[in-house]
Design a protein. Structure first.
Length: 114
């Protein structure tokens, strides 16, 4: 049964939650995090298993340090005239360019054995 609320849903009237700024900088990879995400020991587990996973600094094919494209880097600076629009709509942009990946184990049943 479809409820009336679903039929008359107006997305523009949904209040967007404010997670506050991502201003907690993680010691291992300098990632930005929300204060509410910070564990009591100060070590985040969702990104690098509390520092146990070691990643090389990203680089290009010539071993130059990876840098964000200039146009994208500029959008993160409040002095940029497009900053506010980018900041206000970043979730939509992220959804538009995000991908899902999946792992699978391929099993050949042609031999008749599971």
């Amino acid at each position: 049964m479809i409820r009336d609320e679903a039929i008359h849903f107006i997305e523009a009237q949904v209040e967007t939650p404010n997670c506050r700024p991502m201003n907690v900088i993680y010691q291992f990879y300098k990632s930005k995090n929300f204060a509410a995400e910070c564990p009591s020991d100060g070590k985040f587990s969702s990104c690098c298993r509390k520092g146990k996973v070691k990643l090389e600094k990203p680089s290009d094919a010539l071993s130059n340090d990876f840098l964000y494209p200039n146009f994208l880097d500029l959008l993160t600076h409040p002095s940029n005239p497009d900053y506010k629009n980018f900041h206000d709509n970043i979730c939509s942009y992220n959804s538009a360019v995000s991908f899902a990946s999946m792992g699978a184990k391929v099993v050949d049943f042609s031999s008749g054995e599971p």
